[in-house]
Structures are given as structure tokens and as C-alpha cells.
Design a protein around this ligand. Sequence first.
Ligand SMILES: [Zn+2]
Length: 284
Amino acid sequence: MALAERLFVLQFGAERVSKALSLVGGDPDHHYWEPLSGAVVQTSEGWVLFDTGMSRHNHDAAAVEQVYRGNLPPGPLPGPPWHLPPAPPADRCTWGLPGDPLVGALAGVGLRPADLALAVVSHFHWDHSGGIATLAEAGVPVLVHADELEWARGGRAEFGAGFDAADWTAPGTRWQTVDAETEVAPGVVVLPTPGHTPGHLSLQVELSGTGTWIFPADATDLAQNLLDDVPCGSCAGGTEDDEQQARESLALLLARTRETGARLVPGHDQVAVSAVRHPPGGHR
Ligand SMILES: [Zn+2]
């Protein structure tokens, strides 16, 4: 495979969720903060973004806060405090960089949306796809799995389950789709890893100095998914087939990690994401 040139790990914000969402068998009453993470990769064909965080609109929306909060009363949240930087507020379930979180995260590494050649979105949960409208405005093509787009457009991706139709109906979005493992730019491969959602994608990157990186997004939320070989606890399709696919996707990611000696960065694990925050100039 060709090599990409350099890589920055991004954090757009954070969200406070039940452990049961991230881990089959996780404690539903144990809520903690998880990062909204992504990556941006420089290639010989331009910059490729992976995932976009949540939109400013949804970070500020009472209806979104209510979905996270469920039956919890307003005010400070119960459960463990925030231990690691950044420091989200105690009385909200989501936190994002000021302004447009995607614009802010890119600015942190010296980029603007218009500098991107392509954006890959892992799936349409609003904590991953909230920057699509910003990308559409900047004219950046957005690549998803064909099954994800078809499923979302079919009306089964509901607001109460963390989906916002605004993300896949943004006017002027330049959609691109794949239906198999595909090298989308030199050294950048998308891997279908369905289960969490019907068309979930992970990203594999090959660099000359640090080798293979895998960004599994919600196919591996936490390091604990790998340690216990247990997939993410939420399957949007809700069938046993979806759960089986989630297990197979985790097995594929583990096999690929063994074959390549990859650094696999769980998408919602603050310890893992903080540990690979880039050096100045990015990972090479
Ligand atoms: Zn998700």
C-alpha cells in the first residue's frame, strides 16, 4: 500500500454517556465522559478527514441534552467527576470546542475545512456526523458507506437514538459512497465495520515512520472493548444480526491490528485519545 504523509489526532468535544452504551454488559448507571475524536491525514492527494464531531447546534440543543439525560433530573450530573483535560461543564451532557467544533479542531492544526480534499464519516450518529453541513458549505466531498446512507434515508435513524436527519440532508453535500474496503487516498483505507450501525466505517492509515494506525470509531469505543473482546453495547439496527456483525467487526479489527502491528485508537476512550495526541507537526 502507498504511504500517507502525516497524521493529526483531533478532539472536537466530549459527551457523557452510560457505560452500557459503549460496552456489552456495561453498567447502565455508570455515566462518564468520552471524547468526540477524529483524525486528519495528509496524503499526496491532499488532506483526508475522518469524522467530524457534533454540530454547535446540537451541543446547544435542549432536545439533544434531553436524549443524553434520559430520566436524570436537570442540574449537575451524578457519577464520577471529570478527571482528565479538557474539563467539560458539570451540568451538561455534551461539550464541544467553542464556535463550530470542526472548524476549531482543524484550526488547532493549522487547517480550514476548505483545505480538505475528502472527509470520511464513520456513521450518522450525531456525535460523528455533525460537521457535514460545514463540509458541504466548504465544498468538501463526504464519503460514507452506501448502506449507511440508504439506511438513514429509509427513515429508521431516529432522533431519540442519537441521529439528526440534518446531518444527511445538508443542502449541497457532495456524497461519495463505498461498499467494500477501499483505498480512498494514498495510504488511507476505509474498512467496513458494520454492527453499531448498518454502514459503519473504520479508517486504516499507513505512515512511513510510525507504521499502521487504525481508527475504529464506534466499532471499538473503549480500550475495554479490546481487553474483554466485547463490542460496543449499542446496535442501531437492533437485531441479533447487527450484534453478530458488531462482534465480527471487532474480530476483523483485532486481526488487522495483529497482522500490521497497528496502533488502534478506540474512538471514545479519553485515555487512549489523549495518549496519542500528536507531537508538533503531527505523526509521521
Ligand atoms: Zn455511534
